[in-house]
Design a protein around this ligand. Structure first.
Ligand code: ADP
Ligand code: MG
Length: 506
């Protein structure tokens, strides 16, 4: 027999302020007691049954029906992780629990749930990693649904994507970047008028992205112009979406969404344009977007890791247009600028301890160019000192803390070129062939292996890897990675080869 007692009954009552407070208190601790078979079960929480407590009650019932050995073997480590739409998801520690529970205990558990919740529930048994995968999957579906709803409702609001932390104020100027900074500032002050497009190029980590955001932030602050910052791979995926069809088989909304996003703006900032190479249709679309904005005197700002002439995978007509305005190279910082950047970053970091000059010098003289690496060195130094019980940051500590960071350029250790070289050597083919478009099997296969390794052992994106492998489209890379992954599962020899290559790459 079931007996429900609500300890507190919250009715619709008006009362004195003191009384209201009392009722709020009651709601938050709404407690239900269930009396069953001589046992008293407790549910409490914000009106919702707490899953742990609920499952504790289910287990109590099951325990009574089984030997203690069976119970401890199969039930002790079970966890109720979800109970929705009459489906209880139970986390099991091992695969064997699934078989055992499904075959021998399904009805027992179901009955116990019935008694506690009054509902008929079905059960699923999953391992922890399966539960995580399921959760990620449903998050993805939710996100996609959200984009679709936005597109359907045409609720596109211009999101500038600007990061407010990147400003002109915190951009340290020196010989190597003063021209780029000055050009960026004059574009920020006169968008669409002076230099259009502004094309910034230089190696990774020299401040291109920083400067572009700084321009955007400045314009937003000083005018009511609409600014959009995107990386070129975002442009590619937005464009790919315009080929999507909705339920009625039209793609009108996606096209509108795209046009609205890229045409209804005053300033387009497009970062890392080199990723556009290889995607031909997208290049054509970018060409139209560029022309429309440019004809309307809307400012365009582009960055790249190489000069317009070296963007070999881009159509000639695009490269020509990029040179219409002002092209500026950012060079690696010299020693004085590296020192200055480090000093500024240390002040901005507001660390508990001072970092002495000789340590700053040590870092500045060992890290050649990438400002990102300078920042990383400081972060590592401070973390190291904290781990060592707030040890004073001295030159000795710095040498200990940054043994392979400094000089070797850890970030560059696993770059695409290096992986290509190691794979080419292993398969006894030329690196140039790996980077080419040649299709013969003795080259195509090693190339796929190299693509797989680049994807798994570097943080490079699919488009970037595509560029470095003969200008392949990013879908080709995705396909190759998947293919190698699948083949490895079936072909032990291949799995061993990959293992060996991974060891060589380190
Ligand atoms: P890029 O886009 O050229 O690869 P980023 O703009 O992302 O480089 O810069 C990498 C990091 O270095 C960022 O955190 C940026 O703020 C910092 N940085 C680069 N140059 C400077 C500079 N001159 N002053 C201050 N910070 C800088
Ligand atoms: Mg960048």
């Amino acid at each position: 027999m079931l007996l429900f007692y609500k300890l507190f009954y919250c009715g619709k009552r008006c009362g004195y302020p003191g009384e209201n407070y009392f009722f709020k208190f009651c709601i938050s601790f709404l407690t239900i007691l269930v009396y069953y078979n001589g046992k008293l079960f407790v549910f409490r929480g914000d009106g919702k049954m707490n899953l742990d407590i609920l499952f504790g009650n289910v287990l109590e019932i099951i325990k009574d029906e089984l030997s203690s050995l069976s119970f401890s073997t199969w039930f002790e480590e079970l966890k109720l992780v979800n109970l929705k739409e009459n489906m209880a998801t139970l986390q099991v520690p091992m695969e064997i629990h699934k078989t055992q529970l499904t075959h021998y205990y399904y009805e027992t558990i179901k009955k116990a749930f019935q008694q506690v919740t009054g509902e008929d529930v079905e059960l699923e048994f999953l391992l922890e990693k399966e539960i995580k995968e399921k959760q990620e999957q449903s998050l993805k579906i939710e996100e996609e649904q959200k984009i679709k709803e936005d597109v359907d409702n045409n609720v596109f609001q211009i999101k500038s994507n600007l990061k407010s932390i990147y400003t002109f104020d915190n951009f340290v100027v020196g010989n190597s970047n003063k021209f780029a900074q000055a050009a960026a500032l004059s574009v920020a002050e006169n968008p669409g008028k002076m230099y259009n497009p502004l094309f910034l190029y230089g190696n990774s980590g020299l401040g291109k992205t920083h400067l572009m955001h700084a321009i955007g932030n400045y314009i937003v602050e000083h005018s009511n112009k609409k600014v959009l910052y995107v990386r070129s791979d975002q442009f590619i995926s937005d464009f790919i979406n315009t080929n999507k069809k909705d339920d009625e088989g039209t793609n009108y909304n996606y096209v509108e969404f795209f046009k609205n996003k890229y045409r209804n703006i005053d300033v387009l900032i497009i970062d890392d344009i080199q990723f556009l190479g290889g995607a031909n249709k997208t290049q054509q679309e970018f060409f139209h977007t560029f022309n429309t904005l440019h004809d309307d005197s809307k400012q365009i700002i582009i960055s790249s890791d190489r000069s317009p002439e070296d963007l070999k995978l881009l159509e000639e007509r695009l490269r020509t247009r990029f040179s219409w305005g002002l092209t500026v190279n950012i060079y690696p910082p010299d020693f004085a600028l590296r020192m200055e950047i480090l000093r500024k970053k240390i002040i901005a970091g507001n660390f508990e301890q001072d970092i002495p000059e000789d340590v700053i010098e040590y870092v500045a003289s060992n890290i050649g160019s990438d400002v990102r690496q300078l920042e990383g060195a400081i972060t590592r130094l401070v973390a190291y000192s904290t781990i060592m019980g707030s040890a004073p940051i001295t030159l000795e500590l710095a040498i200990d803390a940054l043994p392979n960071f400094v000089n070797k350029g850890l970030c560059e250790k696993n770059d695409i070129a290096r992986i290509q070289k190691i794979v080419a050597e292993f398969f006894q083919i030329n690196v140039e062939d790996i980077r080419s478009k040649k299709r013969s099997a003795n080259i195509a296969f090693p190339r796929q292996v190299a693509m797989y390794l680049c994807r798994t052992m570097t943080s490079e994106s699919f488009p970037k890897i595509g560029i470095e492998f003969g200008g392949k489209d990013h879908t080709t890379i995705m396909y190759s990675v998947e293919k190698i992954e699948n083949e490895m599962k079936e072909n032990k020899d291949l799995a061993n080869i990959i293992e060996k290559l991974k060891k060589d790459i380190g």
